[in-house]
Ligand binder design. Structure first.
Ligand SMILES: *Cc1c(COP(=O)(O)O)cnc(C)c1O
Length: 367
């Protein structure tokens, strides 16, 4: 038995006919930057997320960094980030010239909450970056209230949460700006790099579009020193095809997660907790095991591939050596880094395979 962690090729194969037609439409159009394919996907994605505006961008990191910039966040400003996120969230803050200020997550849901954010607010804090990690939504109502009362901006990192909702409302415009990555492994994934922001604020959407295209609205007129971060029309066409299948593919992930949550309930692992208002999309199914590395190697022996998201928290990476945070400064993130294990999940994994994964885990923890 070999069960891969995630097989992207299977996702392509399922939609190959539609995707190839969409790609051909772009390659034969003679139009390769921006244009109708991008506009169509932006409209569709904004509609899907219940947001008024969407701007397609080159990738998720730039979606985050440009969002901070258009909010006027830069040099010397502090932005609150989770201590346990993928490093891209922190790097976006650094790219904008600001300082990431980590706060610890709730270890059962893996996401940050208003209660932990409040004490980290200082006179230099300008923004909060909630990360809907593993597809679990942050409690945005409380975070929005907190941000309002301190006059802080919110940029959501929704790279792992396409389709997630909070009490029936889709992630897409709770904060000022919501940054998306369509990196190939995400729930809505392109066949290359792609990203976007969604927002209900027309002024911010317009600023992002301006900044992402050399600071230019009209040819040869450059209003600000902009960047180049554009959604590729080939990727936009592919994303349009895949968007029509997102809800069904997320449903398949939910069914796999139910198998895991039922089968693994009593085997001594800590399973992800889902609050009653949260509708996660299971980008990853992450368990916590005291003896994580031993469990991972037993599963590997049994033919089950697993991954660790993420083995080293950002504050202990060389990239953030300048923050001078020693081991022990963020104990929850550090503990999670030692115990988390992501088990196979994806729209092309069968329920049979999920049962096999669960059996292999039960056998491994009993040994
Ligand atoms: C994937 C990801 C990003 C970055 O997206 P890219 O498109 O690879 O730049 C940012 N934050 C999180 C949490 C991610 O998972």
């Amino acid at each position: 038995m070999t069960i891969p962690f995630l097989e992207l090729r299977d996702a392509y194969d399922e939609l190959a006919g539609e995707i190839d037609i969409a790609v051909k439409r772009v390659t034969s159009s003679g139009w390769y930057i921006g244009g109708s394919e991008c506009e169509r996907f932006e409209k569709a994605w904004a509609h899907y997320c219940d947001a008024d505006h969407c701007v397609g961008l080159g990738n998720g990191l730039e979606a985050l960094a440009l969002s901070l910039r258009v909010l006027g966040i830069g040099e010397g400003d502090e932005v609150i980030v989770p201590s346990n996120t993928y490093i891209a969230s922190w790097l976006a803050v650094s790219m904008a010239g600001a300082i990431p200020v980590p706060v610890e997550p709730n270890p059962l849901t893996h996401v940050i909450e208003a209660e932990a954010i409040a004490p980290a607010i200082t006179p230099r804090t300008r923004g909060i970056m909630p990360v809907h990690l593993y597809g679990h939504p942050c409690p945005m109502d409380e975070i929005v209230d907190l941000a309002r009362s301190h006059n802080l901006a919110i940029v959501e990192d929704a790279a792992q949460a396409q389709g997630a909702s909070i009490a029936g409302r889709k992630i897409g415009a709770h904060g000022d700006l919501v940054a998306w990555s369509f990196y190939p492994t995400k729930n809505l994934g392109a066949l290359g790099d792609a990203g976007a922001v969604t927002t209900n604020r027309a002024d911010l959407a317009e600023r992002i579009r301006l900044l992402s295209n050399y600071g230019s609205r009209a040819k040869n007129v450059h209003e600000v020193k902009g960047f180049n971060s554009r959604l590729d029309p080939i990727q936009a066409a592919i994303l349009g095809v895949k968007l029509a299948h997102l809800d069904e593919w997320n449903d398949r992930r939910r069914r796999i997660a139910s198998v895991y949550s039922e089968q693994l309930a009593d085997c001594g692992l800590i399973l992800p907790h889902v609050p009653n208002w949260a509708e996660p999309v299971w980008h990853l199914y992450v368990v916590q095991a005291r003896d994580r590395d031993r469990l991972a190697s037993r599963l590997a022996d049994a033919g089950v591939q697993t991954l660790v998201h993420y083995p080293t928290p950002p504050h202990l990476q060389d990239a953030y050596a300048d923050m001078a945070k020693s081991p022990g400064s963020f104990p929850i993130a550090e503990q999670l880094a030692k115990t988390v294990l992501s088990i196979p999940i994806g729209p092309q994994l069968s329920l049979d395979q999920a049962e096999q994964v669960a059996d292999a885990i039960k056998n491994s923890v009993q040994q």
